[in-house]
Design a protein around this ligand. Sequence first.
Ligand SMILES: O=C(O)CCC(=O)C(=O)O
Length: 237
Amino acid sequence: MHQLLSVKTGRGMLSRSVLSAWPQTLWMKSLGSNLMNSGSRRSTKTLSSDWISELSATMRIFPDFITPQEEESLFQEIEPYLKRLRYESSHWDNAIQSYRETEKSTWNKGNSAVIQKIQKTAFPPDTSLLGHVHVLDLAGDGMIKPHVDSVRFCGDTIAGLSLLSDSVMRLTMVGYEKECFKDYLLLQRSLYVMSGAARYKYNHEILGPDGSTFEGNKIPRSRRISVICRCDPKHID
Ligand SMILES: O=C(O)CCC(=O)C(=O)O
């Protein structure tokens, strides 16, 4: 059965209709820090010269993780919920623009198998996973500014499946945004798995349509849906 959610926030369970008037959206709940901390530069003595190896080991991309048929099946299950919502922007800092979102904890049989495949690929077997999957829909003009997900709401690993459009995700080291950064091409139907250093030490962002380039090539952006699995923050030792 499809389940559209009540939403757990710091202040308890809110229904979606209440949430639409509430400043703390699902996405904002997971937001730990963003552009506002980018001025806090750390000592260069703490910067490892091998940051790129550490980043590459902890940010993995799996192209063609699902088939076009699996993508269509996920879309058919998600779309009825999403299309009832309006695209909006976060009010207080514009950290995310032109988005709508939901959480899902039950899926049809075929889509459950895809979700399990994501979880098996991304998380060690004993990981305590969040019970719901976060579904984030960015309109063609949507973007997500640099931020680190809150350690209060999300554990060591974040796994995101990209539907409908290619996009570019930029990772910038917190405190060294200008020196240490790398762009990742998130092809339609690819999975990214961000853990450890990439998850904690780097801001991540989804570039908007104007800045969406990868290795000198324009990456056209259209509506993009990400299906994001996270683990419980208690998993952190
Ligand atoms: O859409 C994505 O893949 C990234 C979403 C994101 O940045 C977040 O939920 O914190």
